[in-house]
Design a protein around this ligand. Structure first.
Ligand code: SF4
Length: 163
């Protein structure tokens, strides 16, 4: 994998219980052009190299033995769609982890792109996290893309708007 294909990562939390169900590895991508008003993570906006990893290198360095899933946030994960696809496919097919992805894009926008559309099949829960949309609705909007609805407890689902 060449340098151009490496993931540009802002930061990693090796073990989190607050970014999705169970024990999760949380990966914040670097780079976002969407500029939602009131964004909680502006340090992730610049498209400058911060920490560069191959998907395998990322798991090798950060994956703890009892992790149940990965949550990808940002920045905008779909600004690096090729790397995101590679990361999630590895996660699903080789490691058996569940996947949660935050994005500023709408599901319908992602479905239209050939690469982003292919990536959706490796995502269990897609969370539309645009701050501007959250202000309008006071809720995150969430789409379950796999049959793994057991991933989320009923009380979690009650707080979300399913789309
Ligand atoms: S998509 Fe996410 S990281 Fe990008 S500006 Fe909006 S809230 Fe911030």
């Amino acid at each position: 994998m060449g340098r151009d294909n490496l993931l540009n990562i802002h930061s990693v939390i090796p073990l989190s219980r607050v970014n999705g169900p169970g024990k999760r590895l949380v990966v914040f991508f670097q780079g976002c052009a969407r500029r939602c008003p009131g964004c909680f993570n502006p340090a992730t906006h610049p498209f400058k190299p911060v920490h560069l990893y191959s998907p395998q290198g990322l798991y090798k360095e950060f994956l703890l033995p009892d992790i149940e899933g990965i949550t990808v946030s940002g920045g905008e994960p779909f600004s690096q769609t090729g790397g995101l696809l590679h990361l999630l496919r590895l996660c699903k097919e080789s490691l058996g982890l569940t996947t949660v992805v935050y994005t500023g894009f709408l599901y319908e926008e992602l479905k239209k792109g050939s690469l982003s559309g292919s990536t959706l099949k490796y995502i269990d829960v897609l969370i539309i996290a645009s701050i501007s949309r959250m202000i309008l609705s006071c809720r995150q909007r969430l789409r379950l893309l796999s049959g793994k609805t057991g991933l989320l407890k009923k009380q979690d689902l009650a707080k979300q708007t399913l789309i």
